[in-house]
Design a protein around this ligand. Structure first.
Ligand SMILES: *[C@@H]1O[C@H](CO)[C@@H](O)[C@H](O)[C@H]1NC(C)=O
Ligand SMILES: *[C@@H]1O[C@H](CO)[C@@H](O)[C@H](O)[C@H]1NC(C)=O
Ligand SMILES: *[C@@H]1O[C@H](CO)[C@@H](O)[C@H](O)[C@H]1NC(C)=O
Length: 322
């Protein structure tokens, strides 16, 4: 009897290994998660023991930024992003639109300053966006979501060899997040990416992007908010220092329409449209969110310290004074 049981377990094991190898044909186990249903964000932590931080972690991302809880930190210096132009490969991953930067040719784009104790190298860009304008961003501001969010991920090259090593290690990753607002015009730098979208309608399709400057892609501001969090996809590693820039990027209706044409599946099985690929905000659990935003309101000679957030939510601009 015991013998039979052992044999059953053995067969079950063989079956699982078979399934895993078989999924290898299409991709990896890494891809067995989604943004909705029974493999959605609420279940990521249960799908794979290696992803338990997704459900049990207390330093998770994204979060809702509550302006009233921001702490001004005079020790925060400016964030520096290299101007270097880089090439990369834009891919529809089935989960997101991702640009992985070329590493050949050396240079790379370095990111330092701000809250960072180490220099980081930009590794990739990710786009999260909604199928409708009222949602799409992962981070939210005073409860308001934006139609899309750009994330630039980099790894600590002072301590680690590459992104895959840094991902799970202390102080491993930097994430720069910028919210999108829909506008009449966008930027030529964003157009370098959006002009390639028609080539990556289906999962697995790629297109090359060249001469992209991350610095000029980013909005022109030195103001940011920062906190310690996690990657926003499984395994939800709590290794990411997030920097949220205090200005939006602009995207046109036509460009966001292009994004919404992308599909989650490949050409044979397109499945449904990509989009709504955001993880909902996670509890803060007593973490602090720091900012370098601090303007003296000299004009009115009120000696008030006013701090302004430039993002506009769905219900008008968010500003506050104290
Ligand atoms: C980027 O790609 C262009 C061609 O598209 C090439 O001329 C250039 O040398 C590449 N730059 C780097 C740093 O690889
Ligand atoms: C990343 O670096 C680690 C440690 O040096 C190495 O074992 C691994 O093969 C590297 N991975 C990639 C994808 O280069
Ligand atoms: C976390 O903050 C809550 C209030 O938001 C407080 O009641 C609780 O004691 C704090 N926990 C720790 C561990 O500081």
């Amino acid at each position: 009897m015991v013998f039979t049981k052992k044999r059953d377990i053995g067969l079950f094991h063989v079956f699982i290994v078979f399934i895993l190898n078989w999924t290898g044909v299409y991709g990896s186990w890494e891809e067995w998660w989604t943004y909705d249903g029974i493999s959605g964000p609420d279940y990521w932590g249960l799908l794979n023991p290696e992803w338990k931080l997704c459900s049990r972690g207390r330093r998770q991302s994204p979060i809702d930024i509550e302006p009233a809880l921001l702490l001004y930190d005079p020790a925060l210096s400016k964030v520096h992003v290299d101007e270097t132009k880089v090439n990369g490969t834009l891919t529809n991953t089935g989960h997101s639109v991702r640009l992985v930067l070329d590493t050949v040719g050396g240079a790379g784009v370095s990111i330092k300053g701000g809250p960072l104790s180490y220099p980081y190298s930009a590794h990739s860009l990710l786009l999260h966006y909604g199928r409708t304008d009222d949602k799409g961003s992962e981070h939210t501001l005073a409860g308001h979501a934006f139609p899309a969010e750009l994330q630039i991920l980099g790894y600590n090259h002072h301590l680690y060899e590459n992104m895959s090593e840094a991902m799970s290690k202390t102080q491993g990753v930097i994430g720069i997040a910028v919210m999108f607002q829909i506008s009449e015009a966008s930027s030529p730098d964003l157009h370098l990416l959006t002009s390639q979208l028609e080539k990556i309608i289906h999962k697995g399709q790629s297109a090359s992007v060249s001469h992209l400057s991350l610095r000029s892609l980013l909005p022109d501001t030195s103001q940011f908010m920062t906190y310690e969090g996690s990657t926003t996809v499984p395994g939800c590693h709590e290794t990411v220092t997030w920097i949220l820039l205090n200005r939006p990027l602009y995207i046109t209706k036509a460009e966001i329409f292009q994004l919404r044409r992308l599909m989650q599946g490949d050409e044979k099985h397109p499945k449904t449209a990509l989009g709504n690929n955001f993880r909902p905000p996670q509890p803060l659990y007593n973490r602090s969110v720091r900012t370098n935003v601090f303007n003296h309101d000299i004009e009115n000679k009120k000696c008030l310290n006013s701090r302004k957030l430039f993002y506009k939510g769905n219900v008008g601009s968010i500003q506050w004074m104290e």
